[in-house]
Design a protein around this ligand. Structure first.
Ligand code: HEC
Length: 91
């Protein structure tokens, strides 16, 4: 299971590198809620991926993120997390 997950992650990372800074599908939807007050900027890509996984499997309590996380596959979530981490504002 872990081996499969990390293989998928490697492919997803390669895809993100190839796509440069174009937002992956779904990435821009996050900012509607995660603007300033619920900002995702302090989080690393790994932390966002882990949070999405925990929301998806129900191990982390949520009001809405469980449903949102289930709308994305692990690869999609990773692509979004990488994009958020790479495009954070430095201010
Ligand atoms: C409808 C509003 C909404 C949207 C859209 C949304 N989120 Fe969230 N997010 C929340 C709320 C509210 C929480 C707090 C947990 C909860 O109550 O569900 C949260 C929590 C999180 C957390 C954990 C933050 C922490 O402090 O630990 C992460 C990571 C996250 N969201 C990522 C995302 C990503 C990535 C997307 C886009 C795919 C996204 N969210 C889209 C509302 C939203």
């Amino acid at each position: 299971m872990r081996i499969i997950a990390s293989t998928v992650a490697t492919f997803a990372l390669a895809g993100v590198a190839a796509a440069q800074s174009l937002p992956p599908p779904g990435a821009t939807s996050c900012s509607g809620c995660h603007g300033t007050e619920l900002s995702l900027e302090p989080f690393s890509a790994e932390e966002i991926v882990a949070a999405l996984a925990a929301y998806r499997d129900g191990s982390r309590e949520a009001t809405v993120m469980d449903r949102i996380a289930r709308g994305f596959t692990e690869e999609e979530g990773r692509a979004i997390a990488e994009w958020i981490a790479e495009n954070r504002h430095e201010d």
